[in-house]
Design a binder for this molecule. Structure first.
Ligand SMILES: Nc1nc2c(c(=O)[nH]1)N[C@H]1C(S)=C(S)[C@@H](COP(=O)(O)O)O[C@H]1N2
Ligand SMILES: [Mo]
Length: 257
């Protein structure tokens, strides 16, 4: 860990501690022992998700200036999907790529890269924080997820957007990486389907051709190599049922602040 990473991480952890303090999370053990408190909050969702949502529905992740950019933006997890279909798309510079959007939507459809690039976009310089103990600041450009959702028209009962990725996570296996976010994050202004990093097309190691940026959440929520968006009311029928590859291994579903 270099000095910058150490400082960034301490600042990040400090921010978590501060927001938990502001929410009075320290008092929750006592409160949850009463009868009414779990019912009011809803037992199905983790306590920290509900509490954080009350306070942060519209808050922005911090944005930075070009002077703050990390010299390189490292890769983590998959750096090149071990998937012949993906390899064929990449070999043709993603000319045949199309993002499939389906599930509980009125108008399911596919978006080519050109169509994604034509959607209203946003450019933002933000810091990525990985739970493995590193951070990096990068400049991302991508289609606003809110604009895409307006076109497909989610059903009223939709609660989550699930991101299905191209990379299988076990050697020789077929279970791909996947992630999910709720509709507050899906419609947030800083939530984009990024196709560019630091003014260049998204590199393979960082998720080409499309990766999610959901800036108020930790690194593992930022799905790379996104092939399909599925809008759902619950995770019951999706992989391990916990809303994400790492969540199925025990990570928190809500990784935001
Ligand atoms: N499809 C896919 N998405 C992924 C991962 C992965 O292995 N596969 N790793 C996650 C983790 S843990 C982090 S920190 C970031 C890393 O993004 P980067 O490679 O651009 O640094 O991607 C996230 N999204
Ligand atoms: Mo990560």
């Amino acid at each position: 860990m270099n000095e910058f990473d150490g400082i960034a991480r301490r600042r990040f952890l400090g921010r978590i501690a501060a927001s938990l303090g502001a929410l009075g999370v320290a008092g929750c053990d006592r409160l949850s022992q009463t009868d009414w408190f779990p019912k009011v909050l809803g037992v199905a969702d983790p306590l920290n998700h509900k509490l954080a949502r009350l306070a942060t529905r519209k808050t922005m992740a911090q944005e930075f200036t070009p002077a703050d950019l990390s010299p390189t933006f490292r890769s983590n997890g998959t750096s090149e999907p071990d998937n012949p279909q993906y390899a064929a798309l990449a070999a043709n510079r993603f000319a045949d790529y199309a993002l499939q959007v389906d599930g509980l939507v009125t108008k399911p459809r596919r978006f080519t890269l050109a169509e994604l690039r034509a959607l209203p976009s946003r450019t933002q310089i933000t810091r990525h924080d990985c739970v493995e103990g590193w951070s990096a600041i990068g400049k991302w450009q991508g289609a606003k997820l809110s604009a895409l959702l307006d076109l497909v028209q989610p059903a009223p009962n939709v609660r989550y957007v699930v991101f299905h990725c191209a990379d299988p996570m076990e050697e020789g296996g077929t279970a791909p990486y996947y992630e999910s976010i709720d509709m507050d994050d899906a419609y947030h202004v800083q939530t984009i389907l990024a196709y560019a990093l630091n003014d260049a097309p998204l590199p393979t190691k960082n998720g080409a051709p499309i990766r999610l940026r959901v800036e108020r959440q930790l690194g593992y929520k930022h799905a790379k190599y996104v092939m399909r968006l599925e809008l759902v009311e619950s995770f019951a029928n999706i992989a391990g049922g916990n809303g994400g590859y790492w969540e199925d291994q025990g990570y928190q579903w809500y990784a935001g602040i």
